[in-house]
Structure formats: structure tokens, C-alpha cells
Design a protein around this ligand. Structure first.
Ligand SMILES: Cc1ncc(COP(=O)(O)O)c(C=O)c1O
Length: 459
């Protein structure tokens, strides 16, 4: 079996007509230090290398993801114990699948749900598919970024709950792409007072379980939590955990909800990597993330001393978001510069260069990053013009607008029209406009600044 496989792989390598395969091989040859996902940094090989050989399907000797009685049941049970939940289930369809399932589990059609507007597009599409009525809560403060950078507060949620007494759930994203976190404990208190569930998109925070103290949303009172494990912990891309901490809020079982949206052929290598990930977190995670945080603190302090803007406050201590315009470079320019030093960032927003560090980054990775930062010659700060985010009017429900007849119009002619599509730069995947919102002057400026020339609007 193995020689045959190796022979096939060799053949594949020789074949030039393989755009995806060859581009991955070419990227690998650059030996860049990965400050992007996946969290294993291609550096967790001892266990992952044989996963190709283990790509089996749901047969008698393996198990059935949506009706587990064997190894998947045991693996999920181990994860449940580790994360201290009432149920933890595995997704080979990314966090997107977990978000779809947790919204399906906790709501019914036409339910009102209080949502922070800095949500990921996967949540928006789930809201559309499930026919929910979102009540948006907008992060306040000076927006350093067109995509909302500030987080919502427990006070914001409380106010919205007071105005919407019939709301059936609260949905927040924490941490966000830049590392900003919500006060989950305080928001959870507000939800518990009304006996409604708190759902947290914790895509960027699986590792928070390894911190001391444990600041994983489940430990702070979330009822549902979706972890994109592949982002910051050693899991193959596509691996995610859905945690449920209050089964009484569930209309069906968590796996039934997953099966509504998930493939009937989940990847066993991804499922096995979730198992390996949980085992690693349990045995080595605390120590490894303690070390990582010290390295990240050093990088942040070097950056600050160099004049780069670095966020503080309630932030994920492992995320590195560098405000390089403060020393004269757009994030795009600094990304080009960092690449020369062998550092590949996750993404460049308007203001921040975002780097995702994990416990699998090597000391060499951090040395390269330090060198790149220190070699950025300090120049005059850039004045980045960032349009203010408006509190859009949701005139029509997202589902209604999304599924209605629409027409494409030039953005310049779209004033006062109702949007019929989601416009969303990815990353970070936070929609600029969503179906049902009314376009005003600010929206037009915002979309134009992203190079959007046309938009779908209601007929
Ligand atoms: C905040 C947030 N939520 C959800 C997702 C979707 O996760 P996945 O790509 O694992 O499906 C992402 C992906 O980037 C994200 O940033």
C-alpha cells in the first residue's frame, strides 16, 4: 500500500499540470515563517504525516460522525471532559458548520436574536438560511478600521435586551480577528438573568482553554461555543469543535443539527487531527502557550518601543496586530517588507498587519519577526483616512432581501436602495453591508473605497 502511494505521490510531483498542488509545493519551498493559519504551522509532523494513509470513510471498523457509537463517540467524550462541557462534537467542515449548527440548535424560524454586527459571514448566511430576525448591536468608539475593530460591551447587550424583550438568544464574536475580546462573563450574566442562551463564535480562541486562568468562553459562561481549532491549535484545516454547555436550550441533538449542514463524508484525517489536538492541548497546551505568551509579549514590547501601535486591554495575549501606519507604512507595505525577512502574515487590514502566532512557531520564526520589525525604518506617521461606520438601517429582513428578485446597479446609482447581497472582504469575513440594509452616502463611500463598482439591490 505504502510503496504504491509513494509512487503515486512522486508521479504527482512530476506532473506540471497541477496548479493547486504545485503552488502549495512552491510556497513550501520558500520556507516562510508561518504567522497565518493553520495553527500546527506544518510543524506537528510526527503524528500528522501518516494521516494520508488513514483517509478512510465511515465503515464498520471506523464510526459514523452523525451517529457515533465507537471511536468518534469516545473521542468526543474525551473532548467534552477536557473542555468541561455538556456536549462537544467534531466538525470536519470548519467553524462555519459549528456556527450553522449552534444557531439551528438554539433558535426557531422568525426568532429575534441579538447579534454583534462584527459577525463573520458564515453566521450571517446561517441567519438567512434559518430565517432569523437579527437585532444588530454595533461596536462603539473610534473605528481604526473600516471593518469594526472595537468590541461590544455587556452594557450594549443589556440595553438591546431591554428594548427587545422577546429576543431568544445573544450571539457574539470573541476574540475577533485582531484579538479583541468581549467580556463574556458579564454578557453571560445578562443572558442568564433572562434565561436565554449566549452563543459565542470563538473561531480565533480554541487555545484560550490552555491559558492560565482558563478564559475559554465555555469557562466564562457561554452556552454554545464554536472553536475553529485549525486556526490557533494543531488541527488540520477544516477541523473545529462545537461545544454545548446547556443542552436544555437545544431543540435537537448537536449532531443532528450538524448533519443538516454537513457533508455525509466527513474527512477522517481531520477528525483524527481534532483528537490529536485535544490530546496535545491536555498534555502540553498549558506550558506551550505560557511560553508563547512570553514570546508574543516581547514582540509587542519591541514593536511598541519602535513606535508601532499595539492594542492593549481585553485582548488575546497570543495575537499580534501591528498598527504600522504609526511609523509610516500601510499594512500592505509592511507585509511586503516582512516577507523579505521570511515572515508570512495572516492578513493586512487598513490599519493592522495581523499575525497569528501559535505554540508551533519556532524560535527562528520569532527571530525573523523581530528582525523585520526592527528593520522597518521609522518614517512620518501615515494619516489613514477611514470612513466612519454607520449604523445601517435594516429595512427588510436579511432572508427576505436575499431571496427576493434583485437587479445589479452601479454603486453610484444605489442611493436609498435596499441591498440584496452580502458584500464582504475576506479575511476578516465581516460583511460591509448585508441583505436588507438601506444604502446611504456613507455606504457608497465605504463600498467604493473597497473597489466595489456594482451591487445587487431589490427590484
Ligand atoms: C470570526 C470567524 N468566525 C468564523 C470563521 C469561519 O471558520 P472556518 O473557516 O473554520 O469555517 C472565521 C474564519 O476565518 C472567522 O474569522
Amino acid at each position: 500500500m505504502l510503496p504504491l502511494l509513494l509512487c503515486r505521490l512522486k508521479k504527482l510531483k512530476e506532473n506540471k499540470n497541477l496548479p493547486i498542488y504545485n503552488s502549495l509545493v512552491d510556497y513550501k519551498k520558500k520556507f516562510r515563517s508561518s504567522f497565518h493559519t493553520p495553527g500546527h504551522k506544518n510543524n506537528f509532523f510526527s503524528k500528522f504525516e501518516d494521516l494520508f494513509e488513514l483517509d478512510f470513510t465511515e465503515i464498520k471498523d471506523t464510526d459514523d460522525l452523525y451517529n457515533p457509537r465507537g471511536c468518534i463517540f469516545l473521542a468526543q467524550d474525551l473532548a467534552k471532559r477536557y473542555f468541561k462541557t455538556q456536549a462537544t462534537v467534531f466538525s470536519a467542515g470548519g467553524n462555519t458548520l459549528c456556527i450553522q449548527a449552534m444557531l439551528k440548535l438554539s433558535t426557531k424560524v422568525n426568532d429575534k436574536i441579538i447579534c454583534s454586527r462584527n459577525l463573520h459571514k458564515s453566521a450571517l448566511y446561517a441567519i438567512i438560511l434559518l430565517g432569523l430576525k437579527p437585532i444588530w448591536v454595533f461596536p462603539k468608539g473610534d473605528n481604526l478600521n473600516r471593518i469594526f475593530i472595537n468590541q461590544i460591551t455587556a452594557q450594549d447587550i443589556k440595553k438591546s435586551l431591554e428594548k427587545n424583550k422577546d429576543a431568544k438568544a445573544v450571539y457574539v464574536t470573541s476574540p475577533d480577528y485582531y484579538g479583541n475580546m468581549c467580556d463574556i462573563r458579564a454578557i453571560s450574566k445578562e443572558c442568564k438573568l433572562l434565561n436565554i442562551p449566549l452563543l459565542v463564535d470563538n473561531a480565533h480562541g480554541t487555545h484560550l482553554r490552555c491559558l492560565n486562568p482558563n478564559i475559554h468562553p465555555i469557562n466564562l459562561g457561554a452556552d454554545f461555543c464554536a472553536d475553529s481549532a485549525h486556526k490557533t491549535t494543531p488541527t488540520l484545516t477544516g477541523g473545529a469543535f462545537l461545544h454545548v454547555n446547556n443542552l436544555s436550550f437545544c431543540s435537537v441533538s448537536p449532531l443532528e443539527a450538524m448533519s443538516v449542514f454537513g457533508s455525509t463524508s466527513p474527512s477522517f484525517p481531520i477528525l483524527a487531527s481534532l483528537d490529536l489536538c485535544r490530546d496535545w492541548m491536555q498534555k502540553k497546551g498549558k506550558e506551550a502557550f505560557f511560553d508563547l505568551i512570553k514570546k508574543v509579549e516581547l514582540i509587542k514590547s519591541i514593536s511598541k518601543n519602535h513606535g508601532i501601535f499595539v492594542q492593549d486591554g481585553l485582548v488575546d495575549p497570543t495575537r499580534i496586530s501591528l498598527g504600522t501606519p504609526n511609523i509610516g507604512y500601510t499594512p500592505k507595505e509592511s507585509a511586503v517588507f516582512f516577507r523579505r525577512y521570511g515572515v508570512e502574515p495572516e492578513f493586512e487590514s487598513d490599519f493592522f498587519l495581523v499575525l497569528i502566532a501559535s505554540a508551533f512557531n519556532t524560535n527562528e520564526d520569532f527571530c525573523r519577526l523581530e528582525r523585520a520589525i526592527l528593520n522597518l525604518k521609522i518614517k512620518q506617521p501615515l494619516k489613514i483616512k477611514i470612513p466612519k461606520i454607520v449604523q445601517y438601517r435594516q429595512d427588510v429582513l436579511p432572508r427576505e432581501a436575499f431571496f427576493s428578485s434583485s437587479k445589479r446597479v452601479p454603486i453610484k446609482q444605489s442611493l436609498n436602495m435596499i441591498v440584496a447581497q452580502c458584500v464582504c472582504p475576506c479575511p476578516p469575513g465581516v460583511p460591509l453591508v448585508i441583505p436588507g440594509e438601506k444604502i446611504n452616502e456613507t455606504t457608497i463611500n465605504l463600498l467604493q473605497s473597497y473597489g466595489v463598482l456594482e451591487i445587487l439591490v431589490l427590484k
